[in-house]
Design a binder for this molecule. Structure first.
Ligand SMILES: [Fe+2]
Ligand SMILES: [Fe+2]
Length: 160
């Protein structure tokens, strides 16, 4: 389906890594220690993926009228995920085990729905706009994990 787009293949590969952690978070039989380990492994990977997706992929989509709303919607979903990630990262130590399980279940379902939406809708629409040149350039930027705000068009808001 994504044959020919290096960018989308790379994004999908990162999604598959993220899903491995979600499987543990969504398994009611997971031990609390495994659940916490998965959460703290997921945290940097998801934040890195989301920030680069926003700065490279969503920013590109924002300039295409057919794709702009998907980029805005995706950004808002990332924002809600960020709130839940920070909540657990900051207050996790004070929580009882069942609260951990409840919070990580809600978080994982939200991320799962977001990934599905991107894979089944957003990336398919994005694919229509990519040329060999833009695909290669965007992928190169996305793969640069050191890509920072000052590298983007507008540091505070990469979409404008
Ligand atoms: Fe996303
Ligand atoms: Fe994504």
């Amino acid at each position: 389906m994504f044959l020919g787009s290096k960018l989308i293949n790379t994004l999908m590969h990162d999604h598959e890594n993220i899903k491995q952690y979600l499987d543990v978070l969504l398994d009611k039989n997971s031990k609390i220690s495994d659940l916490k380990e998965s959460f703290y492994s997921l945290l940097p990977e998801l934040r890195s993926h989301n920030r680069r997706e926003e700065k490279i992929v969503y920013r590109y989509m924002h300039n295409k009228s057919d794709l702009k709303f998907s980029a805005l919607e995706g950004q808002e979903e990332h924002h809600v995920v960020d709130i839940l990630l920070k909540d657990l990262d900051t207050h996790g130590a004070e929580l009882e085990d069942e609260r951990w399980r409840a919070k990580t279940t809600v978080l994982a379902k939200l991320i799962q729905n977001h990934l599905e939406q991107e894979e089944e809708d957003t990336f398919l629409n994005l694919r229509k706009y990519l040329t060999a040149k833009s695909d290669a350039l965007l992928c190169q930027k996305y793969e640069n994990k050191n890509f920072s705000d000052k590298d983007s068009h507008n540091g505070q808001n990469a979409y404008v």
